[in-house]
Design a protein around this ligand. Sequence first.
Ligand code: ZN
Length: 235
Amino acid sequence: MKIRYIKHSTLVIESGGKKIITDPWLVGNFRFFPARPRQVKPEELQDLNLILISHGHGDHLHAESLVTLPKQAQVVSPRGLKNKLIRLGFLEVVELSPGEEFSLPPVTITAVPARHPGQCVGYMIKEGKTVYFAGDTVLFPGMKEIASRFRIDAAFLPIGGVRMLGFKLGMDPADALRAAEILNPKILIPIHFAAGVSVPLLFSMKGSPEELLRKSGPGLKEKIRVLAEGETLEI
Ligand SMILES: [Zn+2]
């Protein structure tokens, strides 16, 4: 299984002859985040098979990016987003609730619970290896059940610690380390961080890979793999 980190929550995963992208944000900007140069060439994604959307927030369901992707790709989303995705031109959209599965042989996608404003899920992606895309979840008790159901080879966990009006809406580095203790993945790959994005009193996202490494103790530190933008890891 090849895992290429793009930026934010976007990863391109290749396994079993299938190409999968998570929460594709590839071009343009969103709210407080600066515009980004294109991280992946369009031609690299023309043979995309599967698009996984964790929830409907604009930095995860990014319309400007989604319209650039091939429309024959199968889209998987939580409930309530199908019409929006069909309007963007996609032909095949399947909505999953936590616990439901979608199979694109030899790859199996299982939606798992997540906690974040609005309809949201995480995904377990299985093809030989099992990797966990947590979406934008906070640390929540349901992670214990996820841990009991899956042996996780790699977990992609958000670490930005998003705060809106003072309320924490996503995991910060300390939460992600606690989640990793519960989930026990072989590898922890931090995602969803953006140094310096802050609007005083309104929005902040301060967690960084450096903080994650600094706060990690023995047993976890060696599991952390910080991927540079564009870097590929094979597991
Ligand atoms: Zn969100």
